[in-house]
Design a protein around this ligand. Structure first.
Ligand code: UD1
Ligand code: CA
Length: 487
């Protein structure tokens, strides 16, 4: 077992988050495709704790259900009516074994940029120094609102004083408490038992543990971080957007360093769980969301939104939207295409301009190039679907499926009225409204037969410019025939 493996991480997420002005609990708001508490859990998991606890209270059921969904192994602790970070931590300890020993980390559910590596470094420093408490601190330009770190003449940490309880001199301190700590489990348990609520906010402060631990002879230390983003919390939607943008820049930077060209990181949004292959180019205005995966040497963008979509190597996707779709190797999509769930485009296949697809399996090298709707259809390899073809899948009550075989050719502007089975090596005449099966090798033409009626314009539209043009054309035709016979 890893000796720096903490016994537990307790994530505090019971607060109300009133400044979000939202019916959604604060920690369920998302950046980078992951909830704020999801980010906190992800960072905590990097330390491989034996126990992970999330303390909840406000909108308890919603938060607990979400936590269980993202991390079924996480324990949920309910905070009671006593307020404060100290009480929240105590409630977290209550769901853990009473004799728990080792290191207990405390973090917040609303600090999404905290990196797992920072927590790992914190644990190493804490254990290496055999400390009772190690608090993550930062030197910030504007410390307003934060707890201030008090150090003695030798520079050793003495304790933390909250803004509301601080003197003028203490408020001038720029080293702040991030709210992230490593504690010796027994020290934490004992000290919390002594913490009262006699302070400006009438709360049980977790910060009081530092002074108590120090008075009991324990070593209290600070782990100073330079990357201030990592300690920043979300309190309102302005901070949500600010941290969301910073997270996105970090994700873009990580992919650029891994060999992906991102033309404009400022207009490219990549969720944290997306993966991208080497030498792929992402053009401006692109959003890669959810569990999207992109192969190598692909070109994505401009103006593409892909959600939970898989794109193969060397594929090209421009000005398109796709959700739960698969785009094969060397396939091309766009511009202006809409791929809905269940779309699977084969290798070197094409979904072209103004095409919408849904539950459509389009084979290798098959093409739906222009102005089509392909819903509930399986199209074989090498088949070409002419411009304007509609696979009419809905009869007003039920959806039906159509199958088209290999190397077939659907003429432009056809309506294929499902359910229909069109075989391999088939032609369908342009403009057909087809509702019957077609066997391999057949051509099917399902449209009114052309009829030409001589002299109709002269009779029915006499005196119009149309009639005059027709008369002139027929006179010219007679002259041409005459001169031809002279030669
Ligand atoms: C706290 C710290 C302060 C530090 C700051 C960093 C205390 C007493 N103060 O202040 O020193 O600089 O964080 O952001 O710890 N929470 C609960 N239950 C509660 C109260 C809070 O779970 O009863 C959770 C909140 O959901 C939040 C976190 O604890 O995630 C911090 O709470 P918040 O009210 O923001 O703490 P501050 O007063 O800002
Ligand atoms: Ca806060």
């Amino acid at each position: 077992m890893n000796s720096t493996r903490p016994a537990a991480v307790i994530i505090l997420a019971a607060g109300e988050g009133t400044r979000m002005k939202s019916s959604t609990p604060k920690v369920l708001h998302r950046i980078g495709g992951r909830s704020l508490v999801g980010h906190a859990i992800h960072a905590a998991r990097a330390t491989q704790p034996q126990h992970l606890v999330v303390v909840v209270r406000h909108e308890r059921d919603l938060v607990a259900a979400h936590v269980t969904e993202v991390d079924p192994d996480a324990a949920i602790a309910d905070q009671d009516d006593i307020k404060g970070t100290g009480r929240a931590t105590e409630c977290g300890l209550d769901v853990l074994p009473a004799d728990l020993d080792g290191t207990v980390l405390v973090t917040y559910g609303d600090v999404p940029l905290l990196a797992g590596e920072t927590l790992v470094a914190l644990v190493e420093e804490h254990i290496g120094a055999a400390a009772a408490v190690t608090v993550v601190t930062a030197h910030v330009p504007d410390p307003t609102g934060y707890g201030r770190i008090l150090r003695d003449a030798s520079g050793a940490v003495e304790g933390i004083v909250e803004q509301k309880d601080a003197t003028r001199e203490q408020r001038a301190i720029h080293e702040i408490n991030s709210g992230i700590y490593a504690f010796d489990a027994a020290t934490l348990r004992d000290a919390l038992g002594q913490v009262g609520t006699d302070n400006a906010q009438g709360e049980k402060y977790l910060t009081d543990v530092l002074g108590i631990a120090r008075d009991a002879g324990g070593a209290v230390r600070a782990h100073v971080v330079d990357d201030l983003w990592q300690t920043e919390g979300v309190n309102d939607r302005v901070q949500l957007a600010t941290l969301g943008r910073e997270l996105n820049l970090r994700v873009c930077e990580q992919w650029m360093r891994a060999g992906v060209t991102i033309v404009d990181p400022a207009t490219t949004w990549i969720d944290v769980d997306v993966t991208i292959g080497q030498d792929t180019t992402i053009r401006p205005g692109t959003q890669l969301l959810g569990a999207t995966t992109i192969g190598a040497e692909a070109v994505i963008g401009p103006e593409v939104t892909l959600t939970d979509t898989e794109v193969g190597d060397r594929a090209e996707v421009k000005r398109a939207e796709a959700h739960l779709a698969v785009i094969g190797e060397e396939a091309t999509v766009g511009p202006f295409s809409y791929l809905r769930p269940g779309t699977v485009l084969g290798r070197q296949g094409k979904i072209g301009g103004f095409v919408e697809t849904k539950n459509a399996q389009i084979g290798d090298g098959a093409k739906v190039p222009h102005l089509s709707y392909a819903g509930d259809v399986t199209i074989g390899e090498g088949t070409n679907v002419g411009a304007g073809t509609i696979f009419a899948n809905y009869d007003g009550v039920n959806k039906h499926h159509t199958t088209v075989g290999r190397h077939s050719f659907i003429g432009s502007n056809s309506v294929i009225i499902a359910p229909v089975d069109i075989g391999d090596g088939v032609y369908v005449g342009a403009g057909s409204a087809l509702d019957g099966d077609v066997l391999p090798g057949q051509i099917a033409v399902a449209r009114g037969k052309q009829r030409n009626i001589d002299g109709w314009v002269a009779r029915a539209r006499a005196g119009t410019k149309t009639a005059a043009a027709a008369a002139e054309a027929s006179a010219r035709h007679t002259d041409d025939t005459d001169s031809g016979s002279d030669a």
